[in-house]
Ligand binder design. Structure first.
Ligand code: AMP
Length: 421
């Protein structure tokens, strides 16, 4: 049998990439803390029905991208393709509105979609997300978007710009849907097969199609922003004014739609600008979903949220400076000293130092070479003669200096050497 390989579209993160991911996650938590958000963790597996009901039956995700299976108890389950559905389920299941009028949650973790793998598009990917429940006003949207932009900047993304649109409320969407179908129906033969099918089930999704023939037709389609009622319009204007005042760069993009059904009113996206992520690829998508909590069995509760793709963010943001490496490399001069060298290493680790030893032993030279390779500045040479006298040799590997230090004075000596640079 050939050697097993990772599932197509799913990737290992080796330590240098993991360090970047963990750094971004830590920054996200830190920014979210400043905005008053707490972190929620929900299961990776949820009932299939949850996603069908929330994301929508005639979306790409539900139609063809979900990892769904029937488990041994005959339950229909799915690996979560996104985070909001599970977070809303948890919000309703724990009746969180009975404890607080406004709830601010972030989440992070793996998501699964069986998409065609490409650069920045994977079958297991990770999202950093935020949801704000209980506030219907445009300032809630603005505050959330301000947090998003602050995080992206602190993550190292240059040139952040938010693309904004409004899908209006249910009334505007009904009127728009009607106008859109009237426009598209006579042009049906020019559309892709997928879009022809969607025309009946979910015409708004035609706007989101990537097929070139669809894009040409869509370019001249009626725009949702012409169908907004006075309240929808006021919400959008209030949001834009707030973003102006908060100095968040943004632009109205009336053709923006997203691949999930639950959004209404505010919709937004942040895209890559050149670099490794294509200019059309979104690093973040979000919007308002005032009807979703009620659909899931809770009381009517306005909500707004976003999700950032971690892998795409890693393509846009430079990695952080490497963490400090090994402080001390403990070298056992002979095989007989290996155990005692391990004891000394353990004592130093208890002091918070990063300590390596070469457990394979080997010659003094090969051990020192290894110390060099891991970037250690100091080496401790542990020999039998020294051990008998209760001392070790402390060597500064860069300066090539070496001196004898008593074991009980070792910590102070290492601290002094480290602060000398
Ligand atoms: P969505 O949940 O579709 O609104 O996506 C939110 C963000 O998740 C996108 O802007 C991407 O950054 C990221 N994302 C979505 N799908 C994928 C994927 N298949 N691979 C990598 N990142 C993704």
């Amino acid at each position: 049998m050939s050697a097993p390989r990772a599932v197509k579209g799913m990737h290992d993160l080796l330590p240098d990439r993991t360090a970047h991911a963990a750094w971004l996650e830590a920054r996200f938590r830190e920014v979210a803390r400043r905005w008053g958000f707490g972190e929620i963790r929900t299961p990776v597996v949820e009932p299939t029905e949850l996603f069908v009901r929330s994301i929508g039956e005639s979306t790409d995700i539900v139609e063809k991208e979900m990892y769904s299976f029937v488990d041994k108890g005959q339950d229909a389950l799915t690996l979560r393709p996104e985070g909001t559905a599970g977070v809303v389920r948890a919000y309703v299941e724990h009746a969180v509105w009975t404890q607080e009028p406004v709830t601010r949650w972030i989440y992070m973790g793996p998501m699964f979609r069986r998409e065609r793998p490409a650069r920045g598009r994977y079958r297991q990917f990770h999202q950093l997300g935020a949801e704000l429940f209980g506030d219907p006003g445009p300032y809630a949207d603005a505050e959330l978007i301000d947090m998003l932009v602050t995080f992206l900047r602190e993550a190292g993304v240059a040139d952040v710009e938010v693309l904004l649109n409004s899908l209006g409320g249910p009334e505007a969407r009904r009127a728009y849907r009607h106008a859109l179908v009237e426009y598209l129906e006579p042009r049906r033969p020019a559309l892709s097969a997928d879009s022809q099918r969607r025309l009946a089930s979910n015409p708004l999704r035609v706007l989101d199609s990537k097929a070139p023939e669809d894009r040409e037709v869509v370019a001249h389609a009626p725009r949702i922003t012409d169908f907004l009622n006075a309240e929808d319009r006021a919400h959008l204007d209030g949001l834009r004014a707030a973003l102006d005042r908060l100095q968040v760069p943004h632009r109205l993009e009336p053709t923006l739609v997203r691949g999930l059904d639950y959004y209404d009113r505010t919709l937004f996206e942040v895209r890559g600008r050149g670099g490794e992520l294509g200019a059309q690829d979104a690093v973040c998508g979000g919007g308002r979903y005032d009807g979703l909590v009620e659909t899931m069995g809770g009381p009517p509760t306005p909500a707004v949220g976003f999700a950032i793709g971690l892998e795409r963010l890693m393509l846009l943001a430079p990695p952080p400076p490497p963490p400090p490496g090994t402080d001390v490399f403990v070298v056992a001069v002979g095989a007989a000293e290996r155990l005692e060298a391990a004891v000394i290493a353990r004592e130093l680790r208890a002091e918070g130092l990063s300590v390596e030893t070469d457990l394979r032993g080997g010659s003094l030279r090969s051990q020192l070479r290894r110390a060099d390779r891991v970037g250690a500045r100091l080496a401790l040479l542990v020999g039998s003669d020294e051990l008998a006298r209760g001392v070790v040799q402390l060597r500064d590997l860069r300066a090539g200096r070496q001196r004898e230090v008593g074991r009980d004075a070792l910590r102070a000596a290492i601290r002094a050497e480290r602060s000398a640079t």
